[in-house]
Design a binder for this molecule. Sequence first.
Ligand code: RBF
Length: 349
Amino acid sequence: MEKRLLRAVMLVLIMLLVLPALTAAGTAERAVVRETYGIAVFVPGVVAGSPLYELMVAGTEQAAAEYAHVTVRVIEGGFNQAEWEERIMAIAATGQYDLIVTSNGAMPFVALPVAEAFPNQKFLILDAIFEHPQMFTVLYNQFEQAYQVGYLGGLITQSTMAGANPAARRLGMLAGQEYPAMDDMIFPGFVAGAKAVDPEIVVDYRVLGNWYDATRAAEITRSMIDAGADVIMTAAGGANQGVITAAMELGKYVLYVDDYGYHLGPGTVVGSSVLRQDQAAYENIVAAVEGTLEWGTALILSTADGYVDFIDDSPRYVDAVAADVRADMDAMLTRMRSGELALDVPKFW
Ligand code: RBF
């Protein structure tokens, strides 16, 4: 009798201890699954100074601001590319994020083992192309983007603008790193744009080897200018400022890409060819939250779609560039925006 009573008391005690915990766990799980939509933005590098990363964060925050239940956490992965996969694996392993948003052409391959390890994890990967049922990728036609600034560079080098050196017929280009999109889409687009103005123009193509060393970027820029280049395109993230500083000192010109850049060197930055990555992030995140995004899609967006464009309505552009150069640039841009001049993305993937 006593034994039975003891057992009954024990059972009641156990139920009192365990039941609330079980209920709490159930509630917590429901809260994660039904009440919040968690987004982790994984930045492969650092945000500050990298135009496409700044635009990705801005677009994500804009989408999240429309929903009370959407949370955003921005995680900077730093410049050690060997660590990125492990960092994303750890983010997925928390189970807290319905969506991981990231950007650059290497990220589908970095994310692939994570997708395989976590079959419910979804990824929005911007500035990249890959087909996978857990991913949605967005590639921009950067052949057209680079063609735009290459064309302007070609016009400027032939012009009577103060810093132009028409005898050399030489432009410069600095890339942070070499990778398929840079070597097979951006660089050839830049060359094609310049040569459309004058087939004799050559491009001095240099690679920095990282996305942050502005001091070294300035040295390389001086060397390109010494060799005769008068207009230099820079795609080097946080190191872009070194290119602008050196060109400013020597009275030469810079072509900036991905985001509005005229304010970074008024009179020196003469062109800004942009990608609407904030818009692409915003729209596709809204669709993901609404449950309408078609996973497995690899989207390609061009100038005629409005996601690649050249900023020609800035007073700084008007002040920096001669009127005849702007008129020739405008004629080309009008054709590209309408789709009359549509340039294919080279298949680099
Ligand atoms: N662009 C940046 O502005 N900052 C970066 O830190 C950066 N890191 C990159 C890392 C890898 C592995 C790759 C493939 C590209 C990177 N880019 C970076 C370049 C970016 O994706 C884009 O191609 C250029 O900004 C030109 O539009």
